[in-house]
Design a protein around this ligand. Structure first.
Ligand code: FPP
Length: 242
């Protein structure tokens, strides 16, 4: 990758199109999820190497429980296998794995595997990998509101303590804002992904299914990010009239 490029500090990835990738090849949808693990492993190494500091992945939304039981069961097994085996390389690679989302109703085995990889990587600091699992922005806002109400009720905070920064720090994880959100598969939606954190993110929607989203595609995305003029609601510079 061109060394002059500005690397976004926090990248969000909505890993969409696994099912269609598999169906296009005459396979069942779950085979697309399986293929996605290989893609993800390579992508994490690449992101750590190019200097991304935080990456948030949309692995399973609160709404995904509405899918066929066979697909949900397959995904739960895939999560356990990933955190207990496939992702072990992250310990050596300096990747710290954390999670965002509701615990209930995730199976015990998934929760245990999540805890295991969290503990094993807790001292790493090259790349923070935030895996959104049983995650939804609406649920996050509800859960954060309840947490702040409890703090208030217990006398731990006064109302003037609650500002934008305090809310951000009390979301599921205390993370910097998203700079860049990539959603593969050509769908142009946020689908309840990190709405609070994405308020000034740049968006990129490559027309490619996630299993095919390789390092080269990621580099292309970074080049597009570098063409964006981020103003955060202000103006960068006065234009000259003469
Ligand atoms: C969306 O594609 C993908 C998902 C709901 C699951 C994402 C899961 C993975 C990439 C694998 C596991 C990840 C981790 C972190 C271990 P889709 O199934 O909606 O595809 P479609 O839009 O073509 O139907």
């Amino acid at each position: 990758m061109n060394k002059e490029l500005n690397i976004p500090n926090h990248v969000g990835i909505i890993m969409d199109g696994n099912g269609r990738w598999a169906q296009q090849r005459g396979m069942i949808r779950s085979m697309g999820h399986k293929e996605a693990i290989g893609t993800l492993k390579k992508l994490c190494i690449h992101m750590a190497d190019v200097g991304v500091k935080y990456a948030s992945l949309y692995a399973f939304s609160t709404e995904n429980f509405k899918r066929e039981k066979s697909e949900v069961d397959y995904l739960m097994k895939l999560f356990v296998n990933s955190f207990k085996k496939e992702f072990k390389f992250m310990i050596e690679k300096g990747v710290r794995v954390i999670f965002s989302g509701r615990k209930d109703p995730l199976p015990k085995k998934v929760l245990e595997a999540m805890e295991e990889i969290t503990q094993e990587t807790k001292n790493n600091n090259k790349l923070v990998l935030n895996i959104c699992l049983n995650y939804g922005s609406h649920a996050e806002i509800v859960d954060t509101t309840k947490k702040l109400c409890e703090m208030y009720k217990n006398g731990e905070i006064t109302l003037d303590k609650i500002d934008e920064d305090f809310i951000q720090k009390n979301l599921y994880q205390d993370l910097p804002p998203l700079d860049f959100v990539i959603r593969t598969s050509g769908e142009l939606r946020l689908s309840n992904f990190m709405m609070y954190q994405a308020s000034y993110a740049e968006f990129y929607f490559p027309d490619i299914y996630f299993p095919d989203f390789n390092d080269k595609e990621f580099d292309k995305a970074i080049e597009v990010f570098n063409t964006r003029n981020r103003r955060f609601g202000g103006v960068k510079s006065e234009s000259k009239s003469n």
